[in-house]
Design a protein around this ligand. Sequence first.
Ligand SMILES: Cc1ncc(COP(=O)(O)O)c(C=O)c1O
Length: 458
Amino acid sequence: MDPQLATDLADLPDLLDATRKFAERALAGLSSRPVAPGPGVVAPEPLPLRGIGLAGALDRFAARWEPGFSGSAGPRYLGFVTGGATPASVAGDWLTSVYDQNAVMDADSSATALERETIGWLRELFGLDSAHSGAFVSGATTSNLVGLAIAREWVGERLGVSVARSGVAALGAVTVLSGSPHSTIYKALSMIGLGRDSVRTVAVLPGREAVDVSALRAALSSLDGRPVIVVGNAGTVNTVDFDDLRAIAALRSEFPFWLHVDAAFGGFAALSPEHAGLLDGLSEADSVCVDLHKWLNVPYDSAVQFSRRRDLQTAVFHNSAPYLGVPTADPDFVHLTPESSRRLRALAAWFSLSAYGVEGHAEIVRRDIALARRLGSKLAGLPGVRVLAPVRLNVVCFTFPGDVSAAARAIAETGETFLTPTVYEGQPALRAAFSNWRTTESDVDRVFETLRKVLAGT
Ligand SMILES: Cc1ncc(COP(=O)(O)O)c(C=O)c1O
């Protein structure tokens, strides 16, 4: 054994303790470190020939890289839609590495059964039923990809071809209809060979991002009964608008389409009694995407995909070989997702759900919604600021006179908070998205003070 590795093995308890203390300091400083220090400049070092051991690596990481890391796990990082990591999910994630299970098949471990239990819990959390089976994937992009790949296979089934066997060329052009699809829908369609141009955006309701169901009906009826894919949106990034999923699903009695719903973070509306109605009809979807590294507050990377057609999913993703076995009616995960070998991502979610239950996670969701409203109403009172949509859930989308990109940079430079710029209805704007378990009212007040000062100066 390499001497450095042998020393680390002998010193493992002390080294783990040192790592724990390092983590403890990092977490204790989360609220006070600069929220977005920027990329910085760290001079590259050559590939080490001889290692410096874990203690040396910790020191080197602390000196060279750690100072530039963002406070994205902390309470005032409001960019994109970014969750933190609950204490239990951090522990679950550490133990995922300790046990280093390959959650690929049932043959040698109970790890895959733990993943199934966690999927069952999540299904219940989001109001789905046993008709939906699921699997963990790396994020909502991959979850969308899996859902759309199954949808593609379904279109093939309707047309009498197997895309999994014959390729997309056998299918001809496929239409994907959606009101306000997330950018990752285009990315997923590019990856699965249907192409970004397969999307036909459908009119949205006036002043909204939710699809106009009568326009969708008209679009479907123009397709002469050809099977298509409809992407329903349950939580758009700019204004967190929700399609009327029940009304969309009802159109399936008239037109043949696969309904995929992107509920990457909007799925968590299910945890707020006041908002759960926004997801009415979700259980009718043929496939559903929900991100977990957003509002479940588990570490990157983690999401879940659900679908009703496990047979088609297996047709797309199966990885059969004599040493891997053939898919059964209840296939191993190796036959269900893009990866073959895969991390036991379920463990972090399992820990957080075990530790805090539905009630604990619902409290995070309800608090974040209340905090978004608090910031929204404070901003609405600032001269010149226009909140561009009602705060439906956890995002405040607003604009002001002046250069939005420059303001976003100036806000980040304060170290106090981080917001991402966007364009909504042709209007440059900023988004503040709340999805962290640590955020409190005093964080919102600090964020507001920062915004007030920066906007006054732009
Ligand atoms: C609605 C929606 N879909 C998909 C995604 C992609 O998620 P990920 O970056 O986890 O792949 C996001 C990310 O913000 C999102 O908000």
